[in-house]
Design a protein around this ligand. Structure first.
Ligand code: FAD
Length: 444
């Protein structure tokens, strides 16, 4: 279905665009038609997922394609381990499928994505295309779980790529920031469905800074939120259990209090108070940290990994080498104390295994992700500027979907396979049909 232009904005509202047309194809042939007709008119094309990137990655002044009508699971091929036993499946999923829909579909098939971020509104293709990750020293980000991709290139060619077929296109398209073509489906390597035992409790930043790596390895999926201007953190450790483990989910009441009120409605009120009177932010953060109490529960993996996030914010996130993480976070704490910048939003600290995805922030090294947030009604510029200086000094790499100031010149020396990626992009899209303001900044 094609509709006339209507302004587009991303989830947080910091990116606004004026596409000339919007279209929502329902088949691969319709995607091809949309790309060819736009190219013939000399118009640019961009596919949007859920619009949850903080960068203008999905913005376009040309044709905006949504794959919200190209969703669901297409096929499943069981995988086998060295002993010949089935150990999961390669699941081919239509690219517009939202992650929160995919979890239950996979669970019904006895399967799961091995790891997820903290939120699941994103489309599969959008999440993969910017390098979305969760936490866990043995758990790489989403792009590393992709084993096959079908994409429509700028000339309308439909390319099916994998490690065996068009391997260079595959290496680039596993994290392609929308610059290579429109991904119509992806095959992801899934594992048998599993449960997670969640252990959440208050702790202190000074304690965790004494041994960040030890903390990172203390559970299958360990992370924490630090409340700036305080020493308080909220630790989350998730341990994997078999899919048939007894589930003890959070009760409806507890969920209404903790996940809905404290993390959303109540937190919105806290952020509004901080906006009105910034000087009380440290007191508010102490109050928020104290309101979160310890809890444990066990539930299906996709329900534990992700939770609703309705308070809008801006975010910058860098991946730094895990060995540097403690020092970097200590520097961020000192910077906040010294500079007087204020934020009511907790910072999120997570970990990921090294992978071999060309543009991945964890390419070739185990990393710690440090995410700096600011409430969307408060100014983020000074906080993000100062934090970015610290990340860059520690050889940090920016998340492709979160705010940063790096350009192609900077990135070409930071990203090992940058030139390989650009070579594939130049071949698949010589006329920059899939270009936009973001690719113009981060790619040559
Ligand atoms: C509340 C919130 C929580 C978040 N949590 C996490 C987290 O836990 N971990 C993490 O790493 N990130 C997280 N993010 C960032 C988010 O996962 C990424 O920005 C992701 O790209 C958003 O997915 P999307 O579907 O909204 O993609 P969009 O923002 O719509 O698009 C992202 C990019 O993908 C491209 N794209 C989309 N679909 C296609 C397609 N079919 N073919 C080709 N290119 C395509 C777009 O053109 C664009 O370049 C979070 C963001 C928000 C707002």
């Amino acid at each position: 279905m094609t509709t006339p232009a209507a302004p587009w904005t991303n989830w947080t509202g910091n990116v606004v665009a004026d596409p000339i047309r919007r279209t929502a194809p329902t088949t691969v042939a319709e995607v091809t038609d949309a790309v060819i007709s736009a190219a013939e008119l000399g118009t640019r094309v961009k596919c949007v997922g859920a619009g949850h990137s903080f960068t203008p990655a999905a913005a376009t002044d040309g044709v905006l394609i949504s794959l919200d009508d190209l969703t669901g699971i297409e096929s499943i091929v069981p995988t086998r381990g060295a002993d010949g036993r089935v150990n999961g499946a390669d699941v081919t999923v239509w690219a517009g499928t939202r992650l929160h829909r995919l979890g239950p579909l996979l669970w019904d098939l006895g399967l799961a994505q091995p790891n997820l971020g903290d939120f699941a509104e994103q489309s599969l293709a959008g999440a993969v295309s910017t390098g979305t990750h969760g936490t866990g020293c043995r758990a790489p980000g989403l792009p590393a779980t992709v084993v096959g991709i079908q994409l429509v290139a700028a000339d309308g060619t439909v390319i099916a790529c994998s490690r065996d077929s068009h391997p260079d296109v595959f290496a680039a398209a596993r994290l392609g920031i929308g610059a290579l073509g429109i991904i119509t489906k992806m095959t992801i390597r899934c594992v048998p469905a599993f449960a997670l035992h969640a252990d959440e409790r208050p702790w202190t930043l000074s304690a965790v800074l004494q041994d960040m790596e030890g903390f990172a390895r203390s559970a299958d999926h360990a992370e924490f939120y630090w409340f700036p201007h305080t020493d308080a953190i909220n630790v989350k450790r998730n341990t994997r259990l078999p899919g048939d483990a007894d589930l003890k989910p959070v009760s409806r009441l507890q969920s209404a209090i903790s996940d809905e009120f404290l993390s959303n409605e109540g937190f919105e009120a806290v952020c509004r108070a901080a906006t009105r009177r910034p000087s009380i932010t440290p007191r508010l953060n102490r109050f928020t940290a104290r309101a979160l109490s310890a809890r444990t529960y066990t539930d299906r993996s996709y329900r534990v990994f992700a939770s609703p996030r309705r308070v809008r914010f801006r975010e910058m996130e860098y991946a730094v080498p895990i060995a540097a993480a403690g020092a970097v976070l200590g520097d961020i704490r000192d910077m906040i104390d010294r500079s007087g910048v204020l934020t009511p939003f907790p910072m999120e600290v997570r970990f990921a295994a090294a992978d071999d995805v060309w543009l991945s922030t964890a390419h070739g090294r185990e990393v710690c992700y440090i995410a700096v947030h600011q409430y969307h009604r408060m100014d983020h510029t000074e906080l993000f500027r100062l934090a970015e200086e610290i990340f860059l000094a520690a050889d940090g790499r920016p998340h492709w979907g979160k705010m940063h100031t790096r350009t192609a010149d900077d990135l070409s020396s930071m990203v090992e396979h940058f030139d390989d990626f650009v070579e594939v992009r130049d071949r698949l899209d010589p006329d920059r049909v899939f270009g936009n303001t973001y690719t113009e900044r981060v790619l040559p």
